[in-house]
Design a protein around this ligand. Structure first.
Ligand code: SF4
Ligand code: SF4
Length: 321
């Protein structure tokens, strides 16, 4: 499968202001997407007073959380200290995993990074639009924070987006703490957080054994099911890596289908996996999903709520061991 171009992601497309160079360039290449995107750009928007589940207080909290995230994303990259402290990979791995848990992660792993986990071209931040991603770090410290079950059970109403935005902040701040710490040891470290990712985090989480993909396209973690937000720090500090889980939920998802039948945007396929660029997978229709978010004014979350692993969250019976 080829690397994904971030310019095609809905959040990137929504950031192209009419008349801007990004807008002109993108729709010159993708005229077929222009009408839908223009409509969505002028529609309600997340947390908007005109949206279905607007709540003056809760939507305001979520909007403020996203503003805060937009401000701090600029701290994702910083210069490293020139004097390097030498560490054994085992010692460094333990140190970073303990630090991640200590500052709030609920699960953490280390992935051996593949260039395939990175976007091919940047799109979300106008300043970097069109930049090819050609620098890859060998290790990824990937972690998750769990989202509160009661808040997620309110999906698609506004408590869901309060929880979702709050956990984006938690993941971002854990990543900041890890990356600042690693740079002070004299190694490269880059925090990947909401609005400023260079990588597709679920692919990294799968590689590090944090969970496996479900039909809804989300990582189902062994501990909390899909009720998580992911964070990632990529680094050149030598670390010991974890392995993928030896689990397969395909048969279970074939029988279950609750995320697909409960999706108000009809964005999750109800059929079996299909062949796509050399891999078999379920393909989520991001345009349909995002269109529903614009109506709801929240990031919906019904597929997380409806997944049985969000309730019982125990993948171990599916293990091949
Ligand atoms: S977030 Fe909502 S609209 Fe999007 S795929 Fe999940 S259930 Fe469907
Ligand atoms: S709701 Fe069912 S089909 Fe969808 S990901 Fe969860 S287990 Fe799989």
């Amino acid at each position: 499968m080829g690397r994904y171009d971030e310019r095609d992601a809905m959040f990137s497309r929504m950031a192209y202001e009419k008349g801007s160079p990004q807008y002109e360039e993108y729709y010159r290449r993708h005229p077929e997407k222009q009408e839908l995107d223009d409509r969505l750009r002028s529609s309600n928007g997340l947390c908007s007073p005109a949206s279905l589940f607007y709540d003056p207080f809760l939507s305001g909290i979520a909007a403020a959380n996203f503003q805060f995230l937009a401000d701090i994303k600029l701290f994702s990259e910083r210069a490293i200290r020139d004097r390097r402290i030498l560490l054994e990979s085992r010692e460094a791995t333990l140190l970073l995993k303990n630090l991640a848990m200590d500052v709030g992660a609920d699960v953490v792993g280390v992935a051996s990074m593949s260039p395939d986990f990175y976007y091919s071209v940047r799109g979300r931040i106008p300043k970097y639009y069109g930049d090819r991603i050609a620098e890859f770090q060998p290790y990824g410290v990937v972690f998750a924070v769990q989202m509160d079950r009661e808040m997620i059970d309110s999906s698609p109403k506004s408590p869901e987006i309060v929880e979702s935005s709050r956990k984006y902040i938690e993941a971002a701040i854990i990543g900041m703490q890890l990356s600042y710490f690693i740079r002070n040891l004299g190694y490269k470290a880059r925090n990947h957080m909401d609005g400023n990712y260079l990588c597709i985090l679920p692919l990294v989480a799968e590689a590090a054994g944090l969970g496996v993909f479900g039909r809804h396209g989300l990582i189902i973690s062994a501990e909390f099911g899909p009720r998580i937000k992911l964070g990632l720090v990529t680094t050149d500090l030598p670390l010991e890596t974890d392995s993928k889980l030896d689990l397969d939920l395909e048969e279970f998802c074939n029988d279950c289908g609750k995320c697909a039948s409960g999706c108000p945007g009809s964005a999750i396929p109800a059929d079996r996996k299909e062949e796509f660029e050399g891999t078999r997978r379920w393909i989520i229709d991001q345009e349909r999903c995002y269109s529903y978010w614009m109506k709801a004014g929240t990031d919906c979350g019904l597929c997380i709520k409806n997944c049985p692993f969000s309730k019982t969250a125990n993948l171990y019976p599916f293990s091949k061991y």
